[in-house]
Design a protein around this ligand. Structure first.
Ligand code: ZN
Length: 128
């Protein structure tokens, strides 16, 4: 019996768009930014201002079915591995590993390992 079926289980990432993070390894080590989006399937994350790559585009090139009218170099933030970043705790302003807890209300929360403060996520959009 073949067992090569692709795993479809989504791994939940602790970080969500809007969270302040610091890059702890790689070429952008030490940079701080805000999470733009997460890609749980690939265990990757896109952070504002981090891992900037340049995409060279020729005028008239086809990209995603859209013809690019103006060529040139476009800066864009590439995804980096989730494990390369750490959450910055708003209470003690330190990069922190988090542990999970369940609040009295039954809601799940992240807790800072340093100061023990629950990290409350300020969501910009409910749609996420
Ligand atoms: Zn803290």
């Amino acid at each position: 019996m073949l067992r090569n079926k692709e795993q479809t289980k989504r791994r939940w990432l602790d970080l969500a768009p809007g969270d302040p993070v610091i890059v702890v390894t790689g070429k952008d080590k030490g940079k701080q930014g805000e999470v733009l989006r997460t890609i749980p399937d690939k265990h990757k994350i896109v952070v504002k201002g981090v891992n900037i790559l340049k995409r060279h585009t020729k005028a008239g090139a086809q990209r995603g079915g859209v013809t690019v009218a103006q060529g040139g170099v476009i800066d864009f933030e590439a995804a980096l591995d989730y494990s390369n970043v750490m959450l910055v705790c708003p209470s003690c302003s330190r990069p922190t590993r988090t542990k999970h807890t369940v609040l009295e209300s039954g809601a799940r929360a992240l807790v800072c390992r340093h100061c023990g403060e629950p990290y409350e996520r300020v969501r910009k959009t409910e749609a996420q």
